[in-house]
Design a protein around this ligand. Structure first.
Ligand code: CP3
Length: 343
């Protein structure tokens, strides 16, 4: 098996820097559209053979060093008893948001094999079909990021209702976050048991929080998840998007790897994080639209800046944009693998 990704997670020696792309299966790939044109997004997530097919597309077409399970961070919230819709142009919607005690009390912590069996089945299909070509990453959302969706009822700009609950009803907020945390722990353990070889926790909206609020209202739940899933033995990546002001706190999450967005220079981050954690990132997704020579310079700079890190996994600083030409993504991946190769 190509183990560069797993080795870099653990800070072991690698012959080149492994690379994968957040949201690497998705709308920038014509092959994804071919599958997606026939079924809704949620149906795709719940059909193990189709979900496995689109998971494998970027491995074959782009040449990445890891596959990531095709699913969505919001899927387990549906299993907790919330209605979830993905609307064209609008994105995810929870028509009955969680804003009071009754709604929190109604949430269930599901048995993942029973209620999310399609995810575990996708993982099992993938491990068979990958034939150990590259490792498979499983994932979840972080409790704070998931809570923003269920409280706001969908995507949000300033997270007003979420912060209102945090500040005016902290006990209710903690009850909600603890239920989401319990669900996430058993969900991630089940993914590892089904065959996921690394686990990434996406905290997409962590950067909306002041450091003191991140410390009180987001980080403790991530720490609890990581403490509990350590026993699976698989490497854990924590990605707090827009979190360069939160690095010192994020380091205490317990993760093996911290994902970094592009708003910080990688060498600054490495200096602040020290020698006992690996890093992942951090090319601006828009840089994939640059001409090849300029893109190559940016890749080279990031590889150079990562040299002091315990381990480095190359990635974008956030998800790939639907407008990206697939050949540019492929060129970026080849460039990382070529420029970083030792000997
Ligand atoms: O990375 C991968 O290739 C694996 C699949 C994956 C998806 N979503 C597929 C998806 C992963 C890891 C996610 C995570 C996710 N989902 C996050 C965290 C990462 C991030 O970008 O910050 C978040 C915040 C979500 C919630 C979500 N899902 C939104 C806001 C939307 C609508 C906006 C958008 O980007 O389309 C989705 C839909 C979604 N999730 C799509 C895909 C491929 C597009 C669905 C379609 O085909 O129409």
């Amino acid at each position: 098996m190509n183990t560069t990704f797993l080795k870099a997670c653990r800070g072991e020696k690698v012959s080149y820097t492994p690379v994968w792309i957040m949201r690497q299966a998705g709308r920038y790939l014509p092959d994804y559209h071919k599958v997606r044109d026939k079924v809704s997004f949620l149906t795709l997530c719940k059909s193990p053979d189709l979900a496995a097919e689109v998971t494998l597309q970027p491995v074959d077409i782009i040449g990445v060093d890891a596959a990531i399970l095709f699913s969505d961070i919001l899927i387990p919230l549906e299993a907790m008893g919330l209605e979830l819709e993905f609307r064209e142009k609008q994105g995810p919607v929870f028509p009955s948001p969680v804003r009071d005690k009754d709604a929190v009390d109604r949430l269930v912590v599901p048995d993942p094999e029973e209620k999310l069996g399609f995810v575990m089945e996708t993982i099992r299909v993938l491990r068979r079909e990958l034939e150990n070509k590259v490792p498979l990453i499983g994932f979840s959302g972080a409790p704070f990021t998931l809570a923003t969706y269920v409280i706001e009822g969908g995507s949000s700009k300033n997270f007003f209702l979420t912060k209102k609950m945090m500040f005016s009803a902290p006990d209710l907020y903690a009850d909600l976050l603890n239920k989401i945390t319990d669900c996430t722990i058993s969900y991630l353990k089940a993914q590892a048991a089904a065959g996921a070889q690394a686990l990434q926790i996406f905290d997409s909206w962590a950067g909306a929080l002041a450091p003191c609020d991140f410390e009180s209202f987001a980080l403790p739940y991530v720490q609890r998840i990581i403490r509990e899933i350590k026993e699976t033995g698989v490497p854990i990546i924590y990605f707090a998007n827009n979190g360069s002001t939160l690095l010192d706190l994020a380091k205490t999450s317990g993760a093996d790897v911290l994902g970094l967005d592009w708003r910080i220079n990688l060498d600054d981050a490495v200096k602040r994080l020290g020698p006992d954690i690996s890093v992942q990132g951090n090319l601006d997704p828009c840089a994939l639209l640059l001409p090849p020579d300029k893109l190559e310079k940016r890749v080279s700079r990031i590889l150079e800046q990562a040299k002091g890190a315990r381990g480095h996994i190359f990635n974008l600083g956030h998800g790939i944009l639907p407008e990206t030409p697939p050949e540019n993504a492929r060129y970026m991946v080849e460039t990382v693998q070529r420029l970083s190769r030792v000997g």
